[in-house]
Structure formats: C-alpha cells, structure tokens
Design a protein around this ligand. Structure first.
Ligand SMILES: [Mn+2]
Length: 337
C-alpha cells in the first residue's frame, strides 16, 4: 500500500522540501503546514516553499509564517533572524515533497529547486495525478489532501493538537465545499468529528475563508455574476472574466470558487464553467469546471492538458477568450450527449 511506502520514505529521509500548487488554497496550505509539523514532531528538518504568495484570507492558519516564498532569501533553520540570509537556490534537502499537485508543473518554478534530482514523494487526491514521483501515494477517493495527512499522523503515531486539527479541518472544509460535494464520505465526517474535539472555532474558520470579502470585491463579484450565460438547454452555465475587469485589483477571495458555486446552484445546470483571461500571459485563458456528477469534467480538462476531479477540474488554454470558449463548449456538448 502506498501509505506504507510514504511512511517508509518519511522515516528514511531527514531533510524535506515541501511544496504545493500555485493558486494556493486551504487544502494546499493546510496540508503543507500540518505535514511540516508532523515532520518536526518526529525530529526531521523541513522547509515549505511556494511559488505564489499566501492569499490574505488564510493568514489565520496556525504557523502560516513557516512558509517561504520562492525567489526570496530566507533564514536557514536554527539561525536567528540576525543571521545571514540564504538563497533558496542553495537549499539542501534529501526529499522533495509535493502535496495536492496532480503534476509537477502545478508547483510552478519550485520544481526547479530540485537540481540534484532528489527523490520525489507525491501525495495527492486528484484522479488526474500523473504519478511523477519516486513514491506516489494517490487516493482519488479522499476528500482532500488534508484527509491523507491525517492518515499519516495516525500511521506514524503522532498525536494531534489544536493547531494541527485546525489546519486539517480548514483543508477538508474547503475541498468538500463545506461537506456538501460528492467527495464527502463517512470517513470525512469521522475525521472532522475527531478534529472538532479540539474545540475548534468552526464559525471563525468559515468566516475567515468565506465571509471575509472586501466591499469593493463584492461589487466586482456581482459584475462577474451578471456575465452568466446558458447553453445547451440550460445544462451549461458559463462566465467570463476579462483582464480589463480584474486588472490592478487585489482580490480578497477565491474568485473561481464563489462564481462556480453560484453557477452550480442554477436550476438544471449540469456543468458550470469559468473562463478567465490570464493576467500575466496575454494569450492564455484559465478554465475552471464544476459538474453535478453526470459529466466527468476531469476528462474534459484533461483533453485540454489540465485535470482535477470528476466534478471539479481546470485547465489553461492558449488563445483568445472567445475562441477558447467555443472550443471548450463544443467539447462539453459531446459529453452531454
Ligand atoms: Mn485538494
């Protein structure tokens, strides 16, 4: 079983580099921070490095300052803040850990830190995972990567505490869409029940993640919502976010998550799609999908070089937004037949 292999890999190495995907969210951050604490608890060394900045709504997560950002200098472990800063390029580790990443490209430029080709431990719950690691522990039935980290705690016999419970709960909460997506199982609730015994502030977590939208952002969200269109007898609802609308705006929430939940709530909608012009790459469109279950949106995203889960997935497509939209909608139409 791959869980056993993952445990053997953790026991057999001493210094770990931990990373996750770009566009950080609670499952990525919760997994990284809880995995980091797990390693510390058994006397290992670890550094978390992400390509992207941590979105402000997750600053409440315990230990969030333990995350290093790529291209920034950092203080080597054990050195005081007065010590010399090290360049991340020179970071030493003997195992490269990816969490919640379906392929190596998802962790962005961080993969380039593995210059010495150290073994990769790939822990993920995406069905589209490309098994790029030396050890691949993939559980597509798991609600979240955090649910898998919970299993590591049990497997290694490390006791949970309130901070760890909070990290795991945040990841499980958001990846299950607050325990309402099809990935919510009896085990998910059983784990959540154990985590809640630590007296977690569930209202606070929810407020931090979902009810923390700046007023200006809410108005922007309303503007985007008004772009909703329907196709194929109302079975597909889609939105467009053009660069001009979000340029120079600091958005305080996970835009796609909000828009797509809204779209999925529309009567008769089977598939919800969000097309977003990429802010950095002029000729690229990020496409996110949600499905009610009949249409496998992982397959659609994979067709365009992306992936994810059966009911939630994404891909990045080169081209103008109008042309990309036509291609994607044509592909969805095939799946509706
Ligand atoms: Mn996840």
């Amino acid at each position: 079983m791959s869980l056993k292999k993952a445990i053997a890999c953790i026991r057999g190495n001493n210094n770990f580099l931990i990373t996750s995907h770009t566009n950080l969210e609670a499952d990525a951050l919760g997994s990284e921070l809880s995995f980091y604490r797990l390693l510390k608890a058994i006397g290992k060394q670890a550094t978390i490095v992400n390509q992207d900045n941590t979105p402000t709504e997750y600053y409440f997560l315990p230990g969030i300052n333990n995350i290093e950002k790529l291209n920034r200098k950092f203080f080597a472990e054990g050195e005081s803040a007065k010590g010399a800063k090290k360049n991340l390029k020179d970071i030493e580790f003997d195992c490269f850990v990816t969490l919640d990443c379906s392929n190596l490209g998802r962790c962005g430029e961080v993969s380039k830190l593995n210059t010495k080709d150290k073994p990769i431990l790939n822990i993920d719950h995406h069905i589209s995972n490309e098994r790029f690691g030396n050890i691949n522990w993939i559980e597509p039935d798991s609600s979240s990567c955090c649910q898998m980290i919970y299993k590591l705690y049990k497997g290694l016999g490390v006791t949970l505490n309130k901070d760890i419970a909070m990290l795991l709960y945040a990841g499980i909460l958001t990846d299950t869409g607050s325990f309402r997506h099809s990935n919510t199982s009896s085990l998910t609730h059983k784990i959540a029940s154990e985590l809640l015994k630590f007296n977690l502030d569930v209202v606070g977590v929810y407020k931090n993640v979902y009810e923390n939208i700046a007023f200006e952002d809410m108005r922007l969200l309303n503007k985007i919502q008004s772009t909703v269109r329907r196709d194929f007898n109302g079975k597909v609802a889609w939105f467009e976010v053009k660069q001009s609308l979000i340029k120079n705006k600091k958005i305080s929430f996970d835009l796609s998550e909000y828009i797509l939940s809204f779209a999925r709530a529309i009567k008769d909608v089977e598939v919800a799609v969000l097309f977003k012009e990429n802010l950095d790459q002029k000729n690229e469109v990020r496409v996110n999908f949600r499905s009610q279950g009949k249409v496998d949106v992982n397959k659609i995203a994979q067709f365009f070089g992306g992936g994810g889960h059966k009911t939630a997935s994404g891909c990045t497509i080169e081209g103008k937004i109008d042309e990309v939209r036509k291609r994607v909608l044509a592909k969805i139409r095939e799946s509706l037949k």
